[in-house]
Ligand binder design. Sequence first.
Ligand code: WTA
Length: 660
Amino acid sequence: MTTESTLPSSAAEIENLMAEERKFPPSPGFVAQANAKASLYEEAERDFEAFWAKLARERVAWYRPFDTTLEWDLPFAKWFTGGTLNVAYNCIDRHVERGLGSKVAYHWIGEPGDTRTITYADLQREVSKAANALLELGVRTGDRVAIYMPMIPELPIAMLACARIGAPHTVVFGGFSAEALAGRIQDSQAKMVITADGGWRRGKAAMLKGAVDEALDTAPTIEKVLVVRRIGEHDIPVHMEPGRDFWWHDIVERQSDQHTPVPVDSEHMLYLLYTSGTTAKPKGILHTSAGYLVGTSFTHEMIFDLKPDDVYWCAADIGWVTGHSYIVYGPLANAATGIMYEGTPDTPAWDRWWQIIEDYKVSILYCAPTAIRAFMKQGEQWPRQHDLSSLRLLGSVGEPINPEAWLWYHEHIGGGNAPIVDTWWQTETGMILITPLPGVTTTKPGSATFAFPGISVDVVDGNGQSVPLGGGGYLVLKRPWPAMLRGIYGDPERYKQTYWSRFPGMYFAGDGAKRDTEGYLWLLGRVDDVMNVSGHRISTIEVESALVDDKRVAEAAVVGKNDPITGQAIFAFVILKSGIEADDDLANALRDHVAKVISPIAKPKFLMFTPDLPKTRSGKIMRRLLRDIAEGRKLGDTTTLADSNVVTTIRERSGVAEEV
Ligand code: WTA
């Protein structure tokens, strides 16, 4: 199914925002102590390869130094070739060796209130034991390991154990369904799954092992399953298949806590992370070792202004790229002290985060605009009950942040003086690419401001020509960067096609952007068929194919509708086969089916039955019109429409579109 692409109609809103006069220059006090200096931009521009090479030499403990900074065979990049390293060694052992063994790596907080403190020395022992267990269970360097876990310490421990033996991991977000897990295992040909009986979410035990059992019916490459007991038999009975399934406490605990990290090449695969694209099949985004480590650790130190005493909290789930880069690899490479919280922000009450910040004196908070908007809705009485004065820097990621949410975050969470970094990046980019530098950049609420030093960003028109300041278009990247994806697993053609074919020689991010007259970048959201719901990427086509899975559905079209909390909400238009009666039960059954096939986060909030869909004469669904209908807007141009009655019919019915 192909569709047209247009800039979102929120362009007019952005126009208004750009007239926004409020500017926030860095305070002199912050500037005086900031890690980032304005000179970084010039230094990086002078010779970007030399800039990254110097950082790679300074920041990485190499077994063998690299020979070549960059081999660029567009669009295939290799960074720091000839070098060997171990990412887990860089994240743990070298800190222990220089005397930081007793420094806390993670303060972990379970949703029910249980806590654990894990130092770098603990991490070294636990990761070594887990690495030895993986070896005992037959995992070897190069084998893929799927990880499907709640936010418990064994999750980063499992990832680092994989990195330690050079076995690429593929973490599947615990909120994904058994089917989604099976698809990712099949594509990555993983040999083993590491999971847990379940995790605590909103006061309830959420089952995981059962979903693994279901997934394994169609994922025959899996030989062994390692299971952490998080919940206990009382709440989640677990079936353990003899010879295949092993409890973590049986296998890992009895291992030696000594393990020598395996040196791997700079370009050795560190992980795969699946993300939604414009087709029904998620793409395995491939990240490698040295460039990723350099990119994530340097951006983390500069953008979050990390100091040795900071308590840093990235409140994402490790199942998404934000957690990979900014809970695990970047912060650990910088020997940071981080917070890991298992549960939801409203459990037991809407001040859970503020309580954690007060208890642990968190100094840096990084989260998604959806969370900020949800807190705004609950009211500032929740944060006001707590001492948040330890916070000195705030970050935002995953979706455009509206100025109202930015200002609320600034005032009610940051106490009116903590700088805010609005960071733009993607699963594919591996590291933050567009962001203010705290202490350097004057921010404007709602703008992610400028490219990070060494990164070449442009906004181009449909012909790939740079648009003048003040104009809007497509966001592109014009030069390779160290943490960039190396490809889509097993599909180099799709990699070229998806990212490098729209504009020759440029990486097309899939986002629209505007640049104001001062050169500030304002992200406009996706221009392809990808929705952004609560900062999670969901493909319209993935949801459509889940809907047409049902034998009663003839055709489906899905669009994102603006939502005050989640950014976008999913709106599905469904055509039933003839003779099938449309009713609420069927609508609910279809929604539940999408949740089962993909994830509850992909469940359509609105579902409307319609006799037909607006299409161009060449048969393309006109999503622009469907978006107009979903938003209740005056319809755009319909002259290319095959049967304009269709729109009128849909429009009349949209009065009956129901919300869950
Ligand atoms: C969107 C998340 C506006 C964008 C790290 C991008 C943003 C997609 C921002 C990637 C931001 C991310 N402002 N939009 N600061 N950050 N996005 O792969 O549409 O889950 O293409 O990576 O999120 O989502 P992903």
